[in-house]
Design a protein around this ligand. Structure first.
Ligand SMILES: Cc1cc2nc3c(=O)[nH]c(=O)nc-3n(C[C@H](O)[C@H](O)[C@H](O)COP(=O)(O)OP(=O)(O)OC[C@H]3O[C@@H](n4cnc5c(N)ncnc54)[C@H](O)[C@@H]3O)c2cc1C
Ligand code: SF4
Length: 526
């Protein structure tokens, strides 16, 4: 199919690779500032009302399904569980939990002697958190008890809660654990022509009514209205370099045909696996180990969140399919206290509903071994009687947890990503405590713990930011230490993972990078 392009022959101001959480914010901000912007997105442009279905199997297509080789002591599950592949990226099928990081998440080394400090502080990011919260119309409690930001959120908290969220809150209360309604990128009242949530609970299948924020329905339309060109089904295959040592554009493939987009600035926003992979696959004579990789840190220190689920059986019906999956949360175990707890850092606990297939996946993967046959059938017949809690646990960065290139090639002739991951001792101790606390909350409401599912979520790192060019890939604005007109802006620039879901921070960082680029452009320094 012919690709219609506005700027086929032109050098644009900015070419962004990836139309996900970060790419969308960048596209909107930069095009609204008057810059010529092209966004290349590997996946399709979907229409929520026509292309989404209330069906778990069908909507697995929202995930990045290309084969990735996994390795390490704790190999990660790739696919629907961690990244998106369509305009909107992971936000199309994310759960919508929208949390800020805490101030000490940005300085774990100074606080606890673990991980690494970020080159920016919470205070520097706070105005961008404010901006994104307003753009998304985050719904949340009047008072959020933990961290630096205590609300009120732009929109009121969601109600009614799901039965699973109520039982979580009651269990917490009995144990003296403070809990709250979760801050969500999901509307509690109409906003910009979108309706409030109707609580059917298909958020991970893509929200048909448009009540859940996604980049597809919020930032991309605004970017296009401001003149940005968004090219779906266009897989970037190489970042190109000019003889002067600067990048000159991006090579990409559409429908089997190769194309080039020339640009004065290139920003990679292709997420924690594909951004390092693209940099490594763009190696040239000047940068034989991959672009922006003179430090050797491209691909290193990737971090998932530990995301174990605990399921307990109750005598009464709970119906965990009901409502937005996460409606209640606690960060009572977030603050680091290594002396008393025997490990550094912390975690959030979310009351986390699940639809039948996701539940089966959890039951099958019980930590004591595979559950199948009669036992699986009986458990699923009792599906309505289970309650579930999920942790979002901080995983410390380790350089050996990394993305490298495999021998095997994909359909574009590019080496596939190989993703290696093993938990460290601190991570395992943190998980053990979280599983005990999740079990205690469910038991306080008279549930009997039946399944514990080891799982991970949310990839971060792989191109971390830092002030030292020999220990990081980009500076505090996402600008490559090696190549001044190459930026990285997505979850891969994270230095540590925190115990909070990451997308609010991804988007706040993108808004900050956009402001920096606009400022440079005004001063004619681009
Ligand atoms: C099931 C699920 C639930 C989640 N729930 C939450 C939650 O409740 N709260 C939260 O904070 N976070 C959640 N997340 C995480 C969230 O989706 C990510 O943090 C966020 O999307 C990361 O943003 P990003 O911009 O780094 O990448 P993405 O949003 O993944 O965007 C990257 C884009 O780049 C495209 N791309 C990749 N390679 C190329 C290439 N070579 N050429 C062109 N395009 C390319 C991809 O197709 C994709 O669209 C969830 C994720 C999943 C999968
Ligand atoms: S529960 Fe609400 S946010 Fe989730 S898919 Fe349904 S309408 Fe959208």
């Amino acid at each position: 199919m012919t690709l219609h392009r506005k700027y086929a022959q032109d050098e644009v101001d900015v070419c962004i690779v990836g139309a996900g959480a970060a790419g969308g914010v960048l596209a909107k901000e930069l095009s609204e500032a008057g810059m010529k912007v092209v966004v290349l997105e590997a996946g399709p442009m979907l229409d929520p009302q026509h292309d989404f279905a209330s069906d778990e199997l069908t909507m697995r297509k929202l995930g990045w399904q290309d084969t990735r080789i996994v390795d390490g002591l704790d190999p990660l599950t790739m696919g629907h569980n961690n990244s998106g592949r369509s305009v909107g990226g992971g936000t199309v099928h994310f759960t919508g939990v929208f949390l800020r990081f805490h101030a000490d998440d940005f300085r774990t080394f100074s606080t606890d002697g673990v991980g690494e400090d970020w080159p920016i502080t919470y205070e520097e990011l706070a105005p961008y958190y404010d901006k994104i919260e307003k753009e998304v119309a985050v719904s949340g409690p009047k008072h959020f008890p933990w961290g630096e930001y205590h609300g009120p959120y732009p929109y009121p908290e969601r109600e009614p809660l799901s039965p699973n969220a109520y039982l979580f809150r009651k269990g917490c209360e009995k144990l003296g654990i403070r809990s709250t309604v979760a801050p969500l990128a999901i509307l509690s009242a109409p906003f910009e022509g979108r309706p409030p949530c109707i609580n059917r609970g298909f958020c991970n299948q893509g929200c048909m009514p448009n009540s859940k924020f996604s980049t597809l329905i919020v930032h991309i339309p605004k970017a296009v209205a401001a003149g940005a060109e968004v090219l779906p089904d266009c897989m970037a295959t190489q970042v190109l370099m000019a003889p002067d040592g600067k990048v000159s554009g991006v090579a990409f493939t559409h429908d089997g045909q190769s194309h080039v987009q020339k640009a004065r600035v290139v920003i990679l926003s292709a997420y924690a696996v594909e951004t390092p992979r693209l940099l490594l696959n763009s190696a040239n004579a000047r940068f034989p180990d991959g672009l922006a990789n003179s430090s050797g840190w491209v691909g290193r220190a990737i971090m998932p969140h530990s995301s174990y689920d605990v399921m307990a059986k109750f005598d009464k019906e709970i119906r965990i399919y009901k409502g937005t999956p996460v409606l209640a949360t606690t960060q009572e175990f977030y603050a680091s206290n290594p002396k008393e707890r025997g490990f550094a850092r912390g975690y959030s606990l979310h009351a986390h509903g699940a639809r039948p297939l996701e539940t089966v996946k959890g039951i099958i993967g019980d930590e004591r071994g595979t559950v199948w046959g009669k036992q699986l059938r009986e458990a699923m017949l009792d599906y309505n009687y289970y309650g579930r809690i999920t942790m979002v646990g901080e995983v410390l960065p380790h350089p050996d947890n990394r993305v490298t290139l495999a021998e095997e090639k994909d359909e574009y002739g590019l080496p596939r990503a190989k993703v290696t991951f093993s938990y460290g001792e601190n991570d395992r101790k943190l998980i053990k405590e979280a599983v005990e606390n999740m079990s205690a909350i469910l038991e306080a409401e008279e549930g009997k713990v039946a399944f514990v599912h080891p799982d991970t979520a949310h990839l971060m790192g792989g191109c971390r930011m830092g002030d030292q060019p020999d220990r990081s890939v980009v500076n505090a604005y996402g600008q490559s230490h090696d190549i001044p007109n190459l930026y990285v802006c997505d979850a891969s620039i994270f230095v540590t993972s925190s115990g909070s879901n990451p997308t609010h921070t991804v988007m706040a960082l993108a808004a900050r990078t956009a402001a920096h680029i606009i400022d440079k452009a005004k001063r004619q320094e681009l």
